[in-house]
Design a binder for this molecule. Structure first.
Ligand code: PRT
Ligand code: MG
Length: 214
C-alpha cells in the first residue's frame, strides 16, 4: 500500500489530473466528504488529506510514503529529512516581500510579519538586513496597515489580495511550485512502486508545458 499526503484546496485540485494519469482517482471528494483517508481507484494507493503545512511532517515520519507540498512549505520545514525528486509545476506562485504602496524602501532595521519565519529570517540575513520577524498564522496583509510591521513576506499569485489592501509586491524571494516528496525509508522499502509512480508523473509532466518559472 502507498499512502500519499495531500492538502485540500488548490494543491488537491491541481494534483487530481496528475494522479488520474497514474490511474489514481479518489473514491470520495474531500470538499464534500469528511473522510481524512480516501481510497482510490487503485487498491494499492490511498490519499490522506491534511493541512498543507503538515505534509512534510507526515512524510518525514513515514505516516505517508509520499506527499505533495508547496516549495514554500518545504523551505520553511527544512527539506533535509525528505527526498524531493519531482517538481510537479502546480499551484505556482511567488514568495515575495510586500509593503504599503506609499511606504519607503526598506532601510536599516525592519519589522516583518509572516508565517514563513525561518525563510524570512534567512532571506533578510543574507541581505545583511536586521529584521525582527513577527509570526502570524494568517491575514498577513493586515500587519502593515495597522502598524504591526513594515512589510510582510507572503505568497503572491495575481497580486489582487495585496492590491485590495493598498499593498504592493516588492522583492521576489523565490518562485514557488508544488513538489512531490518521498519518505527516505519508503524510497528504499517500496522502491518499485514509488519508482513506477515517479515515472508516470514524469511522463505526464513532460507532455505539459510551459513549466512555472524557477
Ligand atoms: O488554507 P490553509 O490555512 O488550510 O493552509 P494553506 O493556506 O497553507 O493552504 P492553501 O491550500 O491555501 O495553499 C497551499 C499551497 O498552495 C501553498 O503552500 C502554496 O505552495 C500554494 N499556493 C499557490 C498558494 C497560492 N498560490 C496563493 N495565492 N497559497 C496561498 N495563496 C494565497 C496567499 O497566501 C495570499 O493570501 O493567496 C493570496 C494571494 O493570492 P493573489 O492571487 O491575490 O495574489
Ligand atoms: Mg490558505
Amino acid at each position: 500500500m502507498l499512502t500519499i499526503a495531500v492538502s485540500k484546496g488548490r494543491i488537491y485540485e491541481e494534483a487530481l489530473p496528475l494522479l488520474a494519469e497514474a490511474g489514481i482517482t479518489p473514491l470520495d471528494d474531500p470538499a464534500t466528504c469528511r473522510k481524512l483517508i480516501l481510497q482510490t481507484t487503485r487498491p494499492d494507493v490511498q490519499l490522506v488529506i491534511i493541512r498543507a503545512t503538515d505534509v512534510p511532517t507526515f512524510v518525514e515520519y513515514g505516516a505517508a510514503d509520499l506527499g505533495i507540498a508547496g516549495k514554500d512549505v518545504l523551505l520553511e520545514h527544512g527539506a533535509d529529512s525528505l527526498y524531493e525528486p519531482l517538481d510537479l509545476n502546480i499551484a505556482c506562485c511567488r514568495l515575495m516581500t510586500a509593503a504599503h504602496k506609499d511606504a519607503p524602501a526598506i532601510s536599516g532595521r525592519v519589522r516583518v510579519a509572516t508565517k514563513y519565519v525561518n525563510t524570512a529570517q534567512r532571506y533578510f540575513a543574507e541581505l545583511g538586513i536586521q529584521a525582527e520577524i513577527i509570526k502570524l498564522y494568517g491575514s498577513m496583509e493586515l500587519a502593515p496597515l495597522v502598524g504591526l510591521a513594515d512589510c510582510i513576506v507572503d505568497l503572491v499569485d495575481t497580486g489582487n489580495t495585496l492590491k485590495a489592501n493598498n499593498l504592493e509586491p516588492r522583492e521576489l524571494i523565490m518562485n514557488i511550485s508544488s513538489r512531490l516528496v518521498v519518505n527516505k525509508a519508503a524510497m528504499k522499502m517500496k522502491n518499485k512502486a514509488i519508482a513506477e509512480l515517479l515515472d508516470q508523473f514524469e511522463q505526464t509532466l513532460a507532455k505539459r508545458c510551459p513549466p512555472c518559472p524557477t
